[in-house]
Design a binder for this molecule. Structure first.
Ligand code: NAP
Length: 290
C-alpha cells in the first residue's frame, strides 16, 4: 500500500462549520487521527456565513457528507435544520457534532462528556461524589457541562455567574431533566456560603482567562485544599486561575483535554471506531509546544 493518502471515489467527507473557522484546531486533530488509522475519511473546514446556514445544511444532505462539527456561531442555530437530537444535544440546548445516518441528520453534543472524560483522565476526578462541583459561568459550555455532570451522577452542582438569570435557566432545565442532582445558583456575591467548603471541583467555563484575566469573584482561600481546579480555557495554557490554584497545591488542568476528548467522542460517532490512542492529543500538543 502506498504511504501517500489520497481521496478517491469511495472517500467520506467530514468537516466543521463555523464563522470564522480558520482558527479551528479540529481539522488538524481529526485528520491526524484519521490518517494514523488509515481510514478513508477527510475532514475539512467550511466557513459558513450565518445567513447561509440553511443552504449549507441542504448541501450536506445533497453531497452526502458523513458528518460535521459545529462551532460558533452555529451551535444553537443549526438545531431547526436537523432531523433528530440525541439526549446530549437536547440537554445542552446546543449541537457540536452532527452525523448523517442514511440521510437523517442527528445532532449530538460531545463537549460535556468530553469534559467529564478529561476530568477523569487528567485529574482522576469522578463526578459521582458526594461533594459540590462549582462551575463558574452559565454560557453554552456551562450548560453542556452541567448536563454531563448530572448524567455522570453528580450529587450537587453550584453555578456562579455574573448574570444570575442565565445560571437559573440552566438550573431549571437540568434540574427538571435530572432530578437526582441538586443544582444551586449564585451571582457574584457570597450566597454560596457553606457549600464552598464541600467543593470537590471548580470549573471555569467563563471566557475569563483568555486575555489573562483572573476570576475576581471567587477566593480560592475559601475553598478546600483537596479540591481540583479545571479551566476550560486552553490558550493560554496557564491562566491566572490555574497559576494561583497550582501555587496553593491544588490539582489543576486546562481545557486542552476537553477539546481532545470531545473530538474523540465525535470521531467515534462518525466512524464507529475510537481514534488511535493519543493521536489527536499529539497533533494538537505540537501546536501549543513552546
Ligand atoms: P459563552 O456562551 O459566550 O459564555 C461566556 C460566559 O463567560 C458567560 O457565563 C459570561 O457571563 C461569562 N463572562 C464573560 N465575560 C465575563 C466577565 N468579564 N466577567 C464575568 N463573567 C464573564 O461562551 P461558551 O461557549 O460558554 O465558552 C466559555 C469558555 O469556555 C470560553 O473560554 C471557551 O473558549 C471555553 N470552551 C472550551 C472548550 C474546550 O473544549 N476546552 C469547549 C467549549 C468552550 P454572562 O452570562 O454574565 O455574560
Amino acid at each position: 500500500m502506498s504511504d501517500i493518502r489520497q481521496p478517491g471515489g469511495k472517500s467520506r467527507i467530514l468537516g466543521i462549520i463555523g464563522y470564522p473557522v480558520e482558527h479551528s484546531l479540529s481539522p488538524l486533530m481529526h485528520n491526524a487521527a484519521l490518517s494514523e488509522a488509515r481510514l478513508d475519511y477527510w475532514y475539512l473546514p467550511f466557513a459558513v456565513h450565518p445567513d447561509r446556514l440553511g443552504e449549507a445544511i441542504a448541501g450536506v444532505r445533497a453531497l452526502g457528507i458523513t458528518g460535521f462539527s459545529v462551532t460558533i456561531p452555529h451551535k444553537v442555530a443549526v438545531i431547526p435544520f436537523l432531523d433528530q437530537l440525541d439526549e446530549t444535544a437536547e440537554a445542552a440546548g446546543a449541537v457540536n457534532t452532527v452525523v448523517n445516518r442514511d440521510g437523517r441528520l442527528i445532532g449530538y453534543n460531545t463537549d460535556g462528556d468530553g469534559l467529564v472524560r478529561s476530568l477523569a483522565d487528567e485529574l482522576g476526578f469522578n463526578c459521582a461524589n458526594p461533594g459540590t462541583i462549582i462551575i463558574a459561568g452559565a454560557g453554552g459550555a456551562a450548560r453542556g457541562a452541567v448536563a454531563a455532570f448530572c448524567r455522570s451522577g453528580a450529587s450537587r452542582i453550584a453555578i456562579i455567574n455574573r448574570s444570575r438569570e442565565k445560571a437559573e435557566a440552566i438550573a431549571e432545565i437540568c434540574g427538571s431533566r435530572y432530578p437526582g442532582t441538586a443544582i444551586l445558583v449564585a451571582g457574584h456575591g457570597r450566597e454560596l456560603g457553606p457549600c464552598l467548603k464541600e467543593a470537590t471541583l471548580l470549573v471555569n467555563s467563563t471566557s475569563l482567562g483568555m486575555q489573562g484575566e483572573p476570576l475576581p469573584f471567587l477566593n480560592l482561600e475559601e475553598l478546600p485544599r483537596s479540591m481540583a481546579v479545571y479551566d476550560m480555557v486552553y490558550a493560554p495554557p496557564v491562566t491566572p486561575l490555574l497559576r494561583e490554584a497550582a501555587a496553593r497545591g491544588l490539582k489543576v488542568a486546562n481545557g486542552l483535554g476537553m477539546l481532545v476528548a470531545q473530538g474523540e467522542i465525535a470521531y467515534r460517532i462518525w466512524t464507529g471506531f475510537p481514534p488511535p490512542a493519543g493521536a489527536m492529543r499529539k497533533a494538537i500538543s505540537e501546536t501549543f509546544a513552546p
